[in-house]
Write a protein that binds this ligand. Structure first.
Ligand SMILES: [Zn+2]
Length: 653
């Protein structure tokens, strides 16, 4: 590791210790985890070499960066005396600034892992253009700054912030700016963008801090950004302001952006799903950092409602296209909206729930989303995207933000950069530490440098997960040390697809998992979903975990009408679907008899190398003709042209 990156890491670790309290479980930062092969490394490499440059170019070509230049020009020419000069935005939405921020953030994560002078210089140039668009008092929102005399968009108010509780997205832009500024500072040690953030946050403090009246941000995320600023600077005003923004919601208002109740009184996942999941994540942060349990109690209730009644098998949430929102209880139609950003935000929320509790059930949901409804959002090639992730498709609907099939970009382009930044830092979700406990949450070929108590430990994972369930972990402490290794035993291993009764496996014998330390069986009792290996570790120790991966037939809860009489298949963490390219009948005509054999088949030649399922299916009556079906991983659908697709198939008794 280079000195600079070490310095940044030390800074990050130091910043985590700030404040009165924090999450009892602390994540191992992504900078300390290197994916070295296998599923996620392959995805991360496409992300770095294709998606990132593709997204940067889309931002440049679409004019999103040009908006900053136009705002800067207005500032410059008005300062020089041209009192009526103004520009018109060249893109459609006032939140387009955030795509630039998310890409700076994602690029910074890439830079944290390996030097790339050309990328660093390009991002530096972007930051100069962003900084030039900031008004002297710290305000940064290109649509108003370039066109100050009257609103340039119907969502924007005549005065700053006045329309933010509705749709102006001024504070939303600020939140993503802060996340980018902190990421860039931690990646490079340079303060340029961080200082832009701090000038903006000082303005927010002057406007809404202390005992000044505040507003409920229309699209949450500024809370998360402020917490990151607090962590990096230690300035408690930013945490106070994050809490104030949360407390400004309710007690009456629209459900759409979670203003229907005070946040601490909310008990169901409702409204716009991205806003909701960002808000629940912000509540987790504020609960952890202030010790105020009202927030954690509330998100505990909301999580239960989500996991029990509103979670797709693919880990997607936000069933309703209108308002991009959570639907009613048990209302999960096949054509569900499931925005990619909602999956990103759900992963953020579940990870925080884990950090709060040390319970693996949250990482079970995280894993389900990551391998299915999240990574489905980007094509195998890395340059085509889904905004929506339904569990069935008719082969022609323009359901993906007015596009049939994966699209190269969107007018509202929130999803691709959000996926890109998340994938770039995915290593940060693998490991965590609490006292002398070291948690292993995700499995992928990787190396990690972890500090457990005072001991540095190198972990090396070898595995072909998610296609095979054998995981070998070499545990190399710098000197012999006593600590507890906690390995997550995924819920699907013990016959529980989700931590609630929303889905269940059809009865089948359960093959037990095994864990061995240097060949000796480890205790099999689970604590909070983890196998606990408590011993003195020394160089050369290794753990072998075997998670049997039979194919599971899944049924929905009886209240889930969309799944009635139907079955879906999964193996390991992967949910499968049938795409009509291989199966010439119409999907409505397909059934899978309960006696049929379903066999995994390794296909290195297909879709970047996947395991498919070969299913003995049949046509529905009156034909009843037997038919061989091939099911592919859900995440890989629509990589071979337009075709109907379904996760759920008729179950024939
Ligand atoms: Zn999105």
């Amino acid at each position: 590791m280079q000195p600079l990156r070490l310095a940044c890491l030390a800074l990050l670790l130091a910043s985590i210790r700030l404040g009165a309290g924090d999450y009892p479980v602390q994540p191992v930062p992504f900078t300390a985890v290197r994916l070295t092969g296998g599923f996620w490394q392959q995805k991360q490499e496409v992300n770095r070499t294709v998606t990132l440059p593709f997204a940067l170019k889309q931002c440049e070509d679409s004019g999103r960066l040009r908006n900053f230049d136009l705002a800067a020009e207005t500032l410059r020419r008005r300062a020089a005396g041209e009192r009526t000069f103004q520009n018109k935005p060249v893109t459609e939405f006032p939140f387009d600034d955030t795509d630039v921020y998310k890409e700076i953030e994602g690029a910074s994560y890439v830079l944290s892992m390996a030097p790339d002078p050309a990328l660093a210089a390009r991002i530096d140039g972007w930051i100069d253009r962003v900084a030039a668009a900031q008004e002297p008092d710290g305000y940064l929102y290109t649509f108003r700054t370039m066109h100050p005399d009257s609103p340039a968009h119907k969502w924007i108010g005549a005065k700053r912030w006045e329309m933010d509780p509705f749709l102006s997205h001024e504070l939303y832009d600020a939140g993503h700016l802060y996340e980018a500024g902190v990421a860039h500072y931690q990646a490079t040690g340079e303060r340029k963008l961080l200082d832009v953030c701090l000038r903006n946050a000082e303005l927010l403090w002057r406007e809404f801090g202390d005992d000044k009246p505040t507003i409920a941000p229309g699209h949450q995320i500024v809370e998360l950004g402020l917490v990151k600023l607090y962590r990096v600077t230690g300035d408690a005003r930013f945490l106070t302001l994050a809490k104030k923004f949360l407390d400004a919601r309710g007690p009456r208002g629209p459900e759409y952006n979670q203003r229907h109740k005070r946040v601490v009184d909310q008990d169901e996942a409702v409204g716009h799903a991205v806003r909701a999941n960002y808000m629940y994540s912000g509540m987790a942060d504020v609960a952890a950092l202030t010790g105020d349990a009202r927030y954690s109690v509330a998100i505990g209730r909301i999580w239960q409602n989500m996991a029990e009644k509103k979670l797709y098998l693919t880990g997607g949430v936000g069933a309703v296209e209108h308002n991009e929102a959570y639907g009613g209880d048990y209302d999960l139609p096949d054509e569900g909206y499931n925005e990619t950003c909602a999956a990103v935000a759900l992963m953020m929320w579940n990870h925080r729930m884990f950090l709060m509790t040390g319970d693996s059930k949250y990482m079970d949901v995280f894993e389900r989303t990551a391998y299915n409804g999240f990574i489905s959002g980007v094509s195998e090639s890395g340059d085509r995207f889904f905004y929506t992730n339904p569990v069935a498709y008719d082969g022609k609907a323009k359901n993906n933000a007015s596009c049939a099939g994966r699209a190269p970009w969107f007018g509202c382009a929130c999803c691709p950069p959000n996926l890109m930044r998340t994938l770039a830092a995915l290593g940060g979700y693998f490991y965590a530490v609490k006292g002398d406990s070291l948690y292993v949450n995700l499995f992928s070929e990787s190396r990690a440098q972890v500090k457990v108590g005072a001991t540095g430990v190198e972990l090396r994972q070898e595995t072909d997960y998610p296609w095979q369930g054998r995981v070998r972990i070499e545990v190399d402490p710098e000197r012999p040390a006593h600590f507890t290794l906690r390995l997550r035993i995924p819920g699907w291993t013990v016959g529980r697809p989700v931590p609630t009764d929303l889905y269940a496996y059809e009865p089948a014998p359960i093959e037990p998992w095994t864990a061995r330390v240097n060949g000796v069986p480890a205790p099999s009792a689970l604590e909070q979903g983890y196998v606990v290996i408590d011993r003195t570790w020394a160089k050369g120790d290794s753990v072998e975990l075997v998670l049997p991966m039979p194919v599971h037939a899944v049924q929905g809860n009886a209240l889930l009408l969309s799944c009635l009489g139907r079955v879906a298949f999964e193996r390991g963490p992967i949910v499968y679907c049938v795409e009509n390219l291989e199966n010439r009948a119409t999907l409505e005509d397909l059934a899978v008899p309960s006696s049929s054999s379903v066999v995994p088949v390794v296909r290195k030649d297909l879709l970047g190398g996947v395991t498919v399922l070969s299913i003995d299916g049949a046509r529905l009556p009156p034909s009843d003709a037997p038919m061989k079906l091939t099911a592919i991983p859900y995440f890989s659908w629509n990589n071979r042209g337009l075709a109907p697709m379904t996760v759920w198939m008729q179950r024939k008794p």
